[in-house]
Design a protein. Structure first.
Length: 365
């Protein structure tokens, strides 16, 4: 298995449209890396550049410490699992998994051993004699994964492999992929998804992309707890983080934050004194906003405009005077709150996030 290193990688199409900009990324052997981001951010393009299906316009790509920037896809030592399964409909499961090894003229006994080993790992042994049309969507995706495993590649590439499955199958197959990674701890895997739940549950590290740029790289909890900018803060987490304009009043040692010209919050995040009086942004996650009674100190006050009862939790959409977007508070279980009720909300100081005028976190200054 191998490491993957991208240095100043760019992708420019013939009409001079730059879709990937100076991508620098170092993926270690054995890591499970997830590329995530909104549609059109470049995550699938980046994966295809690693596989060789898209040319790299500038920069270098190394796999296993070898420059493979201009090496054909078949010689890069990677195997790709596609969203569409791409199985041969006239071949059995066994033949689909064995086909690439047969083309490579591998010994029949070795082919049989590798196919059956992969089938056992993916719980496909009872289905080896079936055609793809006799399989469920989840089973077909497992066959596609098995076809990649038998090749023993240096790097596994997954391009949104669960997007064609229904919700229940996505959960089950996601667990199977996690178990597969545990059974192959030295395997390097790169996985593309637009689903942040997949990213949070599968990744050793997440690479969050936006408009052809890397916004942040880190463990799932790092991106959740310490977002480097407003984009990361609002993309990671469901519901998204509440982000409100504020005014920063700093003494250099502590920072006071004024929201909607009414509430002042003492933030534990120290701010440079030159930022005193400047505008910025205050962020707080819905799950960190709790209701307080009259008389207790409140961070925000407003009127409930909408209530979503989810059973395990209740989402309160609160209109706060002076704040454009509704503030969302996520309460555990069911609560006796209705549209039109007035609520008072607060959060622990350490749960607050402060961003400057450029929407960058003060933790990064």
């Amino acid at each position: 298995m191998a490491n993957v290193k991208l240095t100043n990688v760019k992708k420019v199409y013939s009409n001079n449209v730059e879709v990937m900009r100076d991508i620098n990324l170092d993926i270690q052997q054995g890591e499970f890396i997830v590329f995530v981001g909104p549609s059109g951010c470049g995550k699938s393009t980046l994966l295809r550049m690693i596989s060789g299906l898209e040319e790299i316009s500038d920069g270098t790509l190394e796999i296993d410490n070898q420059d493979v920037t201009h090496v054909p896809p078949s010689l890069r030592g990677v195997a790709m699992v596609f969203q569409s399964y791409a199985l041969y409909p006239h071949m059995t499961v066994y033949d689909n998994m064995a086909f690439s090894l047969q083309i490579a003229k591998m010994n029949k006994q070795e082919i049989d051993a590798q196919v059956r080993r992969a089938a056992e790992m993916l719980q496909l042994t009872p289905y080896l004699d079936r055609l793809p049309k006799a399989l469920s969507g989840g089973q077909r995706q497992r066959v596609a994964i098995g076809r990649a495993i038998v090749r023993r590649p240096k790097v596994f590439l997954f391009d949104e492999p669960l997007s064609n499955l229904d919700a229940a199958l996505r959960v089950a197959t996601r667990m199977e992929i996690a178990n597969l990674k545990e059974s192959m701890p030295d395997s390097t895997m790169i996985y593309v998804t637009h689903d942040q739940i997949e990213a949070m549950t599968l990744a050793d590290r997440i690479v969050l992309l936006s408009a052809g740029n890397i916004e942040q790289v880190g463990s799932p909890l790092e991106l959740y707890s310490n977002p480097e900018n407003v984009f990361v803060a609002k993309f990671i987490g469901s519901p998204a983080m509440n982000v409100m304009p504020c005014v920063i009043e700093s003494t250099g040692e502590r920072t006071a934050v004024k929201v909607a010209d009414k509430f002042t919050i003492q933030s534990p995040i120290a701010s440079p004194t030159e930022d005193n009086g400047k505008s910025g942004f205050l962020g707080v996650r819905p799950e960190d906003l709790v209701m307080v009674q009259d008389g207790d100190a409140a961070l925000l006050e407003g009127e409930v405009s909408f209530v979503e009862s989810l059973g395990e939790a209740t989402l309160l959409y609160v209109h706060v005077p002076g704040v454009t977007d509704a503030v969302i508070s996520k309460q555990q279980g069911t609560v006796n709150i209705h549209k039109g009720d007035k609520v008072r909300l607060t959060a622990l100081p350490e749960k607050l996030h402060l961003f400057n005028q450029d929407q960058q976190s003060y933790r990064c200054l």
